[in-house]
Design a protein around this ligand. Structure first.
Ligand SMILES: O=C(O)/C=C/C(=O)CC(=O)CC(=O)O
Ligand SMILES: [Ca+2]
Ligand SMILES: [Mg+2]
Length: 398
């Protein structure tokens, strides 16, 4: 079993098999790239690594754009530096306690797409939003449904989320009114970060997934259900989801997740452009906490559509990829009630409120509520890999 000479607590999210990338700063310093290991951030711009100059910048974009050969070379050299005792003297001065740093948005977000990959989630939302119809639309098992979101409002974990104002219509048929959302919700998702761009007009096959996707983050796609329910027909989500989308500060390299791959069963078999190569489903178990209380454990491994298929679909028309594109899985819900990835599902649109251990009750989020999503996956050698947290606290409407 590979071990680092850096002491790593057994329950750490960040063993040496993980080595996720982020952007950090200490008081008074310029932000720069770092890698998480145990309770430390490794100041990688100071190490003897290929492309070290890329790490002295405020985003990971330059390094992400270099492609999978460079990602692999750096990961392999970094593993050597952190596991071989002979490098201890030169590397140890560049370990900074994580408690001393601020973490920033790790990459400049180019385009943002959100999918709808979980059959359990889509079925639940269909039942809630469209009770008179079949819960899954006729296209659902033929293509990964998605929409383009607002890249400029993707924020890093810890950024406060201001309750949005918008138009909504109370049940009972009165006209719409404008004001703070009364149905503010979360969506627990897994996000994929594109490194290598592609040319306009050239579709990217799913088999090229690992050449283009740099790594994985956790996503909370904050959603105002009252705004959404009134505005979404017929063009889909707009202001109900564009006010903030939070991401975790660490990008877990795809190579760290090779042991977590799964292939979901799909019936009917999708069209050939969606089945090239082997699937990249990932067995990642998320945990959602509301004010510290666990309210759900959504299993990403149960998602119907995989991120390689989403990539192939997103570019099937020739749309190009840019470094920094972020696409999210869609809300993940498992078959069980305690695996649902949103409050609208957990409380069935507010009709079955949650009783929290602190004695309070929730249908949707209240001002001051803090939601934190974390996750674990299996790494090489059977280790446990974490993703760090994505957290946000609701502030009153401005
Ligand atoms: O079914 C609907 O009309 C709406 C579904 C969603 O709100 C989900 C969405 O944003 C995509 C996802 O996260 O799965
Ligand atoms: Ca979503
Ligand atoms: Mg959003």
């Amino acid at each position: 079993m590979t071990r680092s000479w850096v002491p790593v607590p057994d329950d750490s999210d960040f063993p040496v098999h993980n080595l996720p990338y982020g952007v950090f700063s200490r008081a008074g310093d310029q932000p720069r790239a770092g890698v998480a290991l145990g309770d430390f951030v490794v100041d990688v711009s100071r190490l003897d690594l290929p492309h070290a100059a890329d790490f002295a910048t405020t985003t990971l974009n330059a390094f992400m754009a270099r492609g999978s050969g460079a990602w692999r070379a750096v990961r392999s050299r970094l593993t050597e530096l952190l596991t071989d005792q002979t490098h201890r003297h030169s590397v140890a001065p560049h370990l900074i306690p994580r408690a001393e740093v601020a973490l920033h948005l790790p990459f400049e977000v180019a385009d943002y797409v959100d999918f709808y990959a979980s059959e359990h989630h889509a079925t639940n939302l269909g039942r809630i939003f469209r009770p008179a119809q079949e819960p899954l639309t006729a296209n659902w098992k033929h293509l990964p449904i998605g929409y383009h979101g607002r890249a400029g409002t993707v924020v890093v974990s810890g950024t406060p989320v201001v309750r949005p104002r918008g138009q909504h219509r109370a049940a009972g048929g009165a006209g719409p009114s404008f004001g703070p959302s009364q149905r503010l919700d979360i969506e627990a998702e897994v996000g994929f970060v594109v490194g290598t761009p592609s040319a306009l007009g050239a579709p990217v096959p799913g088999s090229a997934f690992a050449d283009h996707v740099f790594g994985v983050v956790l996503v909370n796609d904050w959603s105002a259900r009252d705004i959404q329910a009134w505005e979404y027909v017929p063009l889909g989500p707009f202001l109900g989801k564009s006010f903030a989308t939070s991401v975790s500060p660490w990008v877990v390299p795809l190579d760290a997740l090779a042991a977590a791959r799964v292939t979901p069963h799909q019936e009917p078999t999708p069209l050939p452009y969606l089945t090239e190569g082997r699937r990249w489903g990932l067995d990642i178990t998320m945990e959602v906490r509301l004010n510290g209380h666990v309210i759900s454990r959504p299993p990403y491994g149960t998602a119907y559509w995989t991120p390689d298929q989403q990539l192939a679909h997103m570019t099937a028309n020739g749309a190009s990829l840019r470094t920094g594109d972020l696409y999210a899985s869609g809300t993940i819900s498992g078959p069980r009630r305690d695996q649902r990835g949103s409050l609208i599902e957990l409380t069935w649109n507010g009709s079955e409120p949650l009783d929290l251990p602190d004695g309070s009750r929730r249908a949707f989020l209240l001002d001051g509520d803090t939601v934190t999503i974390s996750a674990v996956a299996r790494g090489a050698d059977g280790t446990r890999l974490g993703f760090g947290d994505v957290t946000g606290t609701i502030q009153p409407a401005g």
